[in-house]
Design a binder for this molecule. Structure first.
Ligand code: 3PG
Length: 212
């Protein structure tokens, strides 16, 4: 599956910051059961790589990706752990080259039109817009639609159940990402049923008419 196919599977990608490896599998099961099969594990905790491995091994219906990939080393770690796609908050030429060499489906992050143009020149047409909420949000996405025709975004950062529908209605938004479906307190307390319910609500969000 390429990145367009992966991001086409569900309207929302949970961004998961996992502190305890033991939480990874029940958390992934709850999200997948709620209808969100595409998961991004942020490589921001010591448990993250083991969490990716555990979910890959135990939750075959999950499409597990690794997020917060900042460099080639982390890209390699993510691939070795079994991640099927990667996500970065921004991108460098070195990271873009490593992604190309690896051939890994990837959502590189941008915050400006120039960054989107640079990645477009490198062949990336599907980008993470981060941090969406504080970098211009809906207004930015609407404004860049005409000049950046052909580029699609996964806005992340500040997305919630309340504002996700407005993002998803835009023709240049393919899906949204965020942590709201797995709040830290719920994960820490093992409240998997509630997380499943949050996932179910997110999974029923509608995308705009531009989406199949
Ligand atoms: C990310 O890494 O994509 C963000 O931390 C997710 O942002 P959110 O917590 O505001 O959803």
């Amino acid at each position: 599956m390429d990145i367009a196919a992966i991001t086409g599977l569900a309207p929302a990608i949970p961004v998961l910051t996992i502190d305890r490896v033991a939480d990874a599998v029940p958390l992934a099961r709850a999200l997948v059961k709620g209808g969100l099969p595409v998961l991004e594990i942020a490589l921001r905790t010591p448990a993250a790589v083991e969490a990716v491995k555990s979910i890959v091994a135990a939750v075959p219906d999950a499409i597990v990706g690794a997020g917060t990939i900042l460099n080639e080393r982390q890209l390699g770690e993510a691939r070795e752990a079994g991640a099927r796609f990667g996500v970065s908050p921004g991108c460098t030429d070195a990271l873009a080259a490593a992604i190309k060499t690896a051939g890994m489906p990837f959502l590189p992050g941008v915050q400006t039109v120039s960054e989107a143009l640079t990645l477009g020149e490198q062949g990336f047409r599907l980008l993470k817009f981060f941090p969406a909420g504080s970098a211009g949000g809906l207004g930015w996405l609407k404004a860049v639609g005409p000049p950046l025709a052909g580029v699609k975004f996964c806005p992340t950062g500040g997305i919630s159940q309340e504002n996700a529908a407005a993002y998803l209605a835009l023709p240049n938004v393919t899906c949204v990402g965020g942590s709201w479906v797995a709040p830290g307190a719920m994960v820490a307390a093992g409240r998997w049923l509630e997380i499943e319910q949050l996932a179910r609500a997110a999974a029923t969000l509608k995308r705009g008419s531009a989406h199949p």
